[in-house]
Structures are given as structure tokens and as C-alpha cells.
Design a protein around this ligand. Sequence first.
Ligand SMILES: CC(C)(COP(=O)(O)OP(=O)(O)OC[C@H]1O[C@@H](n2cnc3c(N)ncnc32)[C@H](O)[C@@H]1OP(=O)(O)O)[C@@H](O)C(=O)NCCC(=O)NCCS
Length: 139
Amino acid sequence: MDRIAPLDKISLVSEYSFDFLGHRGNRQSTMVSAYKQYITERTNKEMIESDKGFIVYSITPNAIYVEDVWVAPAHRRNGVASKFGKMIEEIALERGLHIMLSSVDPRAKNATESLKFILEYGCKLDSCTENFILLKKEI
Ligand SMILES: CC(C)(COP(=O)(O)OP(=O)(O)OC[C@H]1O[C@@H](n2cnc3c(N)ncnc32)[C@H](O)[C@@H]1OP(=O)(O)O)[C@@H](O)C(=O)NCCC(=O)NCCS
């Protein structure tokens, strides 16, 4: 993957504050990161978010598992999701993990596009059932 957005092109949401419509500004309210607050409070998952999208992941004993990745339509095909992937690969390596797992439910909307991205990112098919495709990448 040679076209990955450089780190300086991804602004982490925590660097900014947003108004209730999501516009960048100086207000204290941070509605944009409400989903991250929810993830942190209600699940064992972790999340990195920027002004362009987010990745949600969890740490298992043997692997880092990509729960979800989403990029705002206006910013797609610019390497943003690939950059999120690289960011959590670094987190995995720091924790001594060398396997990245990702999955797709083939019944989900636009599952073909999701799968194309995951395969292009470098994951390979691990296993498959009628409603769950597991992909794996050694890192
Ligand atoms: C899938 C998604 C995360 C990709 O984000 P992105 O930032 O556009 O991905 P990247 O720019 O890093 O794409 C890297 C490569 O993956 C492939 N790819 C990405 N989106 C693709 C699509 N819709 N169709 C086919 N291939 C695609 C391409 O090969 C792309 O390289 P290229 O643009 O040079 O051709 C984004 O489209 C999205 O948020 N979709 C809705 C949510 C979703 O499907 N999440 C995935 C769940 S696992």
C-alpha cells in the first residue's frame, strides 16, 4: 500500500473542539467524540478518531481485532483508512501482538467494498461462514 495519508493529514479529534453541528471552533462542546465516549464507557473496545473518520479495535490475548473502520465519504480513497490501520498496527506491536484480525458480515450494506478494502490492505482470508468472513494479517 503505497498511498497512505501522512500522519500530518489526519487531525485527531481531541486536538480540536467542535460546535454542535460539528464545525471546528473554540467551543468546549465535543459532540463529534460522543461516540468515542460511548465506546469507552460501555465497551472494552478502543477507538482512534479524526476529523475524517474513526477506527474501533479491541485487544485480544493473541491479536488486535478491527471492530469497525469508517471514513467520511468526502475523504474516501485518500488512504485515510489505511493510515488508521497502520496506527493500530503500531499499537499492536507495542503490546507484543503480531496478528491483526478483521471481519465482514457479507449481509451488511456494501460488504463487497468493505472486503475489497480489507484485502487491499493486506489481510488474507482466514475462515468463512454464511454470515461471517474472518480475515487475518501478520504484522
Ligand atoms: C471501506 C472504507 C473504510 C475505506 O476507507 P478509505 O479511506 O477510502 O480507504 P483507503 O483510501 O485507505 O483505500 C485503500 C485501498 O482499498 C481499496 N478500496 C477502498 N475502498 C474501496 C471501495 N469502495 N471499492 C473498492 N476498493 C476499495 C482500494 O484499492 C484503495 O486504494 P486506491 O484508492 O488506491 O484504489 C470506507 O469506504 C468506509 O468507511 N466505508 C463504509 C464503512 C465500511 O465499509 N467499513 C469497513 C468495515 S470493515
